[in-house]
Design a protein around this ligand. Sequence first.
Ligand SMILES: Cc1cc2nc3c(=O)[nH]c(=O)nc-3n(C[C@H](O)[C@H](O)[C@H](O)COP(=O)(O)OP(=O)(O)OC[C@H]3O[C@@H](n4cnc5c(N)ncnc54)[C@H](O)[C@@H]3O)c2cc1C
Length: 528
Amino acid sequence: MYDYIIIGSGIAGLFTALLASKHGSVLLLTKAALEESNTRYAQGGIAAAISPSDSPRIHFEDTISAGAGLCDERAVEVLTNEAPGRIRDLLSLNVPFDRKDGELALGLEGAHRVRRVLHAGGDATGFHIEKTLCRALAHAGVEVVESCFVTEILIENGRAVGVTTIHDQIAESSESRTTTYHGHRIVLASGGAGQLFSHTTNPSVATGDGLALAYRAGAEVADIEFYQFHPTALAIPGQPAFLLSEALRGEGAYLRNSEGVRFMQQVHPQAELAPRDIVSRAISAEMAKNRATHVFLDLTHLPSEMIKSRFPTIYAYCRNVGLDMTVDPLPVAPAAHYLMGGVRTNLWGETNIPGLYACGEVACTGAHGANRLASNSLLEGLVFGARIVERTTNASSSKPSRGFSNPLKIHDTEEFVTRELHTQEPSLEDLRDLMWNRVGLVRDEPGLSEARNTLSAWQYSLPKPRTTAEFELSNMILIGRLMAIAARQRRESRGGHWRSDFPMSDPSWECHIVLSGAAAARSATEVR
Ligand SMILES: Cc1cc2nc3c(=O)[nH]c(=O)nc-3n(C[C@H](O)[C@H](O)[C@H](O)COP(=O)(O)OP(=O)(O)OC[C@H]3O[C@@H](n4cnc5c(N)ncnc54)[C@H](O)[C@@H]3O)c2cc1C
């Protein structure tokens, strides 16, 4: 019996494990190699009000304004007030943040009014944070199991008490392939779900497993219709949608359409640095207008030495695919990037299931509202991971805290499972294409209904999963279906949810859609 079982080895899982290891036994389970995670690929950096011209209050206001009316103010207060302390923690672990004249260098990103984004190795922030945390973990006495895929959260008498896992490397016939671990606290830190979409900046591990596990166990999932599409992923046919960090625009890069004309100044006062949803839709509109597959990100007017030293990873990647960003405008298009919603938690990372906690991208603390402010997600993993440990070790923090204000609950989502519609077993590509085309950047009633029905039928037709890939597909179909249900329900446009048939924000929709897993816990097994 462990004191903590932590699922996932990105910033949220590693940091929580490190802190928890000071208080008890910790088991960390991760489905690929320890360092594999979204965290590892984060480029731009991590936001915190640490400069004299900044304050947690200004950071708070910028976060609220990006969140399009749906941020939970208490969660944003926690996030922005506790940010400087968590940065101090990273500095004490020796994360090599970049410095200028001896001071921490701060970048500017979209919708931030001041420079507050710490970065490392120029544009390799996530790589350095991940590496540093993994190094620290090696000396913390945490038991780590890699290539270990969590398939179920075990619930006894309404409390999370453990997990079951499979190891693909072990032969299917072997008894040791499936293992059960028991723990007093189960912490989900399993990241996002970008693999739901055919164009994504996320690595292959981002398949929304944690959401599906929690939902099936009876946890509440909130705000899942809000998905952030990053405006600028490199758009080269046949190549992955490699992220071109917002920090490029922060340093002065322009967006130009296929005729070479800048178009963001007409769209928003912050031009290229407008919130991500606005930039993504503007790019999409330009692409549609000119029947183009991309627009261009232009850095050619900026000093080439600055580009090479500030963005060495991006520069090297582009050179590899035949582009020199100091002289070539880069073809870009939006790609799926970040899930604002997730497993609903309070300010201490607690879910509605006793013993089950969530932090990082898998969680929905309410800090991002309908649209995340750039560089707030690495921060969220740190702040709420630390709070889980504080909550579980410090009696003085044991006062109950409420969940979101103003939720709209939909309890029985299983009513939507379409058992009659017979269909062939879906492939991963079918799923990704459906999600990109019907539940992507621009949504409408016919597309969302089609997606919901198809995903329901697919969920029904899937055989019982046995391998990691089969579990991932089953999880993604479930999460895609929940996203389609919530997106169809929300008949307005806001933040990362855009409906062409309801293009305005509607004040009566200033509430959260919370999907309850209780019904699904029963019927997920029936459905198979
Ligand atoms: C290209 C890119 C650039 C980004 N840039 C920035 C940035 O500059 N600033 C910023 O703040 N954010 C950025 N983000 C977002 C940010 O990186 C993520 O939101 C954040 O890293 C999430 O951290 P996490 O610890 O919650 O999850 P992750 O880092 O994704 O880690 C999840 C872990 O869970 C494991 N896991 C998943 N499912 C299972 C399972 N079933 N069983 C066992 N293990 C499992 C995974 O293998 C992984 O180790 C970027 C994201 C991408 C993809």
